[in-house]
Design a protein around this ligand. Structure first.
Ligand SMILES: Nc1ncnc2c1ncn2[C@@H]1O[C@H](COP(=O)(O)OP(=O)(O)O)[C@@H](O)[C@H]1O
Ligand SMILES: [Mg+2]
Length: 290
């Protein structure tokens, strides 16, 4: 198992042990999976991500990467080659005077030869749609929010980890930027990387995740496939979370007599299903008219 959490809990301080930031979370991921994590602010998402990459060690329970316990001596050092994390605020992650130097930091730190570093940087920039001539020597701090996120993600990708952890990667981007970045993340996933992503976009989670974890007050509120998790719109609403807009729309129409599946996450697919039911409805109506 590439990544497994066994009853993981975490308290930031000794006096919040009764209300830990993360409480009793268990899950297992296969290579190439896409885990989507949702939950309102303060539900423990960022804390959980830091436990998964070894930045924090569990107060109780175990985090296993390729079967090795991160709390065991020596394991935590090795984890950097396997797990890469892009933080919630990329401006805190970027630090070098130029884009290339920032992206090269990981491979350089790993002691790679210069030629290989260059190649890794160029490949990572290409994967993130960052034109080399245009961006290489710019300061990361002169970039737009979307560009900064791409550079931060390229920096993670350059170390070639097999698991990428992304904390709200599309937050604050305009719709076009968001779609482009989600497309890129999907491509990285399709190329074989395991993705763990926190997002407030139920659409992005529904369209891409193989597993969805819903956190509430540090604990697991719900965990399953997108179909399983988003089939409970009322329960999710009770903790101030929504469902994909297509699910909400289908559910509204069902209250008015339609019989639509709730797991159609693209507008095209939902439109087709509606058209089909209208057609069969019209056929019924015609026979009445005759
Ligand atoms: N460095 C910290 N020290 C103490 N408490 C923290 C720290 N970071 C987060 N917390 C607390 O842990 C809980 C979970 O926070 P966080 O994991 O950031 O949630 P989310 O990412 O879902 O918004 C919150 O109650 C938050 O106040
Ligand atoms: Mg957070």
């Amino acid at each position: 198992m590439p990544l497994a959490l066994e009853r993981v809990s975490y308290s930031y301080t000794s006096y919040d042990v009764n209300a830990p930031a993360v409480r009793d979370v268990s899950l297992a991921l296969e290579d190439g999976e896409f885990l989507g994590i949702i939950g309102h602010t303060g539900s423990g998402k960022s804390t959980l991500l830091q436990l998964m990459c070894g930045l924090l060690l569990p107060t109780s329970g175990r985090v296993l990467i390729d079967g090795e316990d991160l709390s065991q001596n020596g394991t935590r050092k090795k984890v950097h080659t396997k797990v890469g994390m892009a933080f919630q605020y990329p401006e805190y992650q970027l630090f070098a005077p130029s884009v290339v130097e920032d992206i090269a930091f990981g491979p350089r730190n790993a002691g790679m030869p210069a030629a290989e570093i260059d190649q890794r940087v160029q490949e990572a920039m290409a994967a993130l749609g960052l034109d080399y001539d245009r961006y290489a020597w710019k300061s990361p701090f002169e970039l737009s929010g979307g560009e900064m996120r791409r550079v931060a993600l390229a920096g993670v990708l350059a170390s070639n980890p097999k698991i990428l952890i992304l904390d709200e990667p599309t937050a604050g981007l305009d719709p076009a930027g968001r779609n482009r970045l989600m497309q890129t993340i999907k491509e990285i996933n399709t190329a074989g990387k395991t993705i763990i992503m926190v997002s407030h976009s139920m659409e992005d989670i529904a369209n891409h995740a193989t597993q969805v974890l819903v956190l509430n007050q540090g604990g697991v509120f719900s965990h399953g496939t997108p179909e399983q998790v988003f089939a409970q719109p009322i329960a999710l609403r009770a903790i101030n979370l929504g469902v994909p807009q297509t699910t909400a729309f289908a559910s509204d129409l069902n209250e008015r007599g339609f019989d639509l599946p709730l797991n159609l996450y693209s507008i095209d697919a939902l439109a087709d299903a509606i058209a089909l039911q209208l057609e069969s409805g019209l056929t019924g109506g015609d026979s009445h008219a005759v």
